[in-house]
Design a protein around this ligand. Structure first.
Ligand SMILES: Nc1ncnc2c1ncn2[C@@H]1O[C@H](COP(=O)(O)OP(=O)(O)OP(=O)(O)O)[C@@H](O)[C@H]1O
Ligand SMILES: [Mg+2]
Length: 281
């Protein structure tokens, strides 16, 4: 993963205003140095402040690519072939690099699928939880430590006052995932991107972590992307280069499904514990 710059374009920091996040005609290609191939093409989506947007699609459909693009980032080997990603009116792919880093460090947070891969096994959790906020000078060391403990408590981690003294291998997978969420929340970001934050966990732990996320998101009026059972709206990636935005879904999976495209219905029925009660149209 790396911060990405649009090749051959001038800096244009302020574009589409109005939404917290707006992607317009976003096209990302893979294959630098070889024949390029499309990964996502023509993505148009937006997220309002306080809204939760779910993104679903088959493996390889481009969900993580879109999630990273929401931070103005791409994996090595990918390139921006067209379009814009505007966060609070700022074009994340063309913003001045230091301003982009600050936005990513303070206003947009990312929670990855595997907390184990995100933590350094050699350092205690508290040190790692606070270091992003400290690096951006957002708060003093004492305030950061106090904030971390309050987040541990909010996320129902055991012994919140002392939890941060542990090393990553001294906590469970679900606890480590919640520690990563605490890390993401340190600066009270406006937007948090969850890239399948629970799929590496067993089902019971998934439910606990999802409940924590839900509580956090609703208590802080946070905008978030991911995990469609919690979402206000749903965006569906078709496999392959094209994407298929759907209409809006209500908070629960119900009648609106009947109007959704067949691909969407099948995807949701496969992924969801909710029983499908009508034939796909
Ligand atoms: N660094 C890269 N270089 C080239 N192609 C890549 C790179 N990373 C991903 N891809 C390709 O981009 C496509 C989309 O990948 P992405 O990780 O966004 O999918 P996904 O929907 O998140 O899948 P999953 O559900 O398996 O996590 C895949 O076909 C993948 O092979
Ligand atoms: Mg992915």
């Amino acid at each position: 993963m790396c911060p990405a710059r649009a090749a051959g374009t001038q800096r244009a920091e302020t574009i589409v205003a109005g939404h917290l996040l707006a992607m317009r005609d976003l096209t990302i290609e893979g294959g630098i140095g070889v024949a390029p191939f499309p990964i996502v093409r023509g993505i148009d989506l937006e997220l309002r402040r306080g809204e939760v947007l779910g993104i679903i699609g088959e493996s390889g459909a481009g969900k993580s690519t879109i999630g990273l693009a929401a931070l103005g980032m791409m994996r090595p080997g990918c390139r921006l072939a067209g379009g814009t990603v505007a966060f609070d009116g700022i074009d994340l792919f063309r913003v001045d690099p230091s301003r982009g880093r600050r936005i990513r460090g303070t206003r947009i947070a990312y929670v990855a699928q595997s907390a184990a891969a995100s933590f350094n096994p050699a350092h205690r959790l508290l040190k790692q939880t606070v270091e992003g906020a400290r690096a951006h000078g957002v708060m003093s060391a004492a305030a950061a430590a106090a904030k971390a403990v309050s987040l541990y408590r909010l996320l129902r981690l055991p012994e919140p006052d002392r939890f941060g003294e542990r090393f990553p291998h001294q906590v469970s997978g679900g606890q480590l995932q919640r520690a990563m969420i605490a890390m993401a929340m340190m600066t009270d970001p406006d937007l948090i991107v969850f890239d399948e934050p629970t799929t590496a966990l067993d089902v019971t732990t998934q439910i606990e972590v999802l409940a924590s996320i839900k509580e956090l998101v609703s208590s802080r009026n946070l905008s978030a992307s991911w995990k469609f059972l919690l979402t206000d709206r749903l965006y569906v990636c078709n496999p392959g280069p094209s994407t298929l935005p759907t209409g809006e879904l209500p908070k629960r999976l119900s009648g609106a499904l009947a109007k959704a495209a067949r691909f969407t219905q099948l995807l949701i029925v496969r992924a969801s514990p909710v029983t499908w009660i009508g034939p796909p149209t």
